[in-house]
Design a protein around this ligand. Sequence first.
Ligand SMILES: O=P(O)(O)OC[C@H]1O[C@H](O)[C@H](O)[C@@H](O)[C@@H]1O
Length: 439
Amino acid sequence: MPLKQTIDTCFDVEVGETGLSREAFQAVLGRARPGLAWLREVHETGALPLLSLPARDDDLAGIAEAADWLSADATDVIVLGTGGSSLGGQTLAQVGGWRLPVVGDLRAGPRLHFLDNLDPVSLAAAFDALPLETTRALVVSKSGGTGETLIQAMALLTAYEDAGLGDDVKDHILGLSEPAVSGHLNKLRKLLEPYGLRFLDHDPGVGGRFTALTNVGLIPGALMGIDPRAVRAGAARALEPVLAGADADGVPAAIGAALAVGYAEHHGIVQNVMFGYGDRLERFTRWWVQLWAESLGKQGRGMTPVPAVGPVDQHSQLQLFLDGPADKLFTVIATDAGDKGPRIDPALAAEAGQPEFGGRTVGDFVASQQRATVETLARNGRPVRLLQVSSVDAESIGELMMHFMLETIIAAHLLGVDAFDQPAVEEGKILARTYLEEM
Ligand SMILES: O=P(O)(O)OC[C@H]1O[C@H](O)[C@H](O)[C@@H](O)[C@@H]1O
């Protein structure tokens, strides 16, 4: 089933005075037309390579080969890289089983580890605990200049040296960075290439947080058995109405962008909650946080992304969502959970005083929770849109990711900001370097 978006519970008639009027929404949606025209134009000219990815297959053999190389005879594969060089891969890998309770740990094949947060204690413990001889590493940095990734790569080189594997580094590490350009220093390449190891090219035209559909996201996904073709087929589905020239009200991503920007402009609602039901959407919510925050948070504009996972966060954030300040727009991602999972013995259910559980599956229970969350949010005056997929698999995650990349780009057009840069974070990086020099 393709992604289905329902926005009935997003407007004033359903949620009361906190809701956006249909008229105001339509006015913002109309303003999405130039953004859609721009997307079509850059697709045609090739100026935004992201939009050509769903139809590409010339790079798939290289992606499969890299995943095979990393996993052959390996007990462990570590992925170094941060932000956009990690979160897309994490999202796809999770759909394949990485970092899922129990199933993740029981899965056959090499263990996969993303070291995206620079933590000295974890890094030391990881290098101590990993059997380095059978551990391979993928080191990812688009720019080749991110301090966290460089320092991790240096520490890894030393760890291999200390383990007596200094001469075999090229058999353990694969690099992934922008192609070398003469006159421009790529520090990661300069550090690693002398070891004779192989580097894959990061597409210079695809910004970090938009790389899930490139080798950056697809190699880690493939390591967990996620088929890159299926991911791209799902992405093509989300892109299709844009390329087909549909008007804004026929493009789900434009509708989502207009809702978010409409709420920000008309109601000052600048917090957006992504409530994904199911373990396989946990990393997806974190990937979306970077996408939404770094792409839109500029020049005093932007919306704050708030991630939540269901049903577990019903026992954590839902009280606030329902009864705290009415200052959020919600997106609930639901799956066809019904009929899935263990079926409950009626005798046990009766014994426990929960006869309604009897004969139902665990998925039936989750399905009713998804529905109840959407309805109670709306009844409490909280605008909520529902996105439904039949299940979280390679194709639906590709569709969700492309949907939200498009939604982000269109929202940036509506807000009048550049979706593709992140100028403000540079200041802190320069200051951190100064402090390091002073130590
Ligand atoms: O891939 P890299 O060049 O190493 O960048 C990794 C990340 O770090 C930067 O600080 C940016 O804020 C992110 O947008 C980027 O994804």
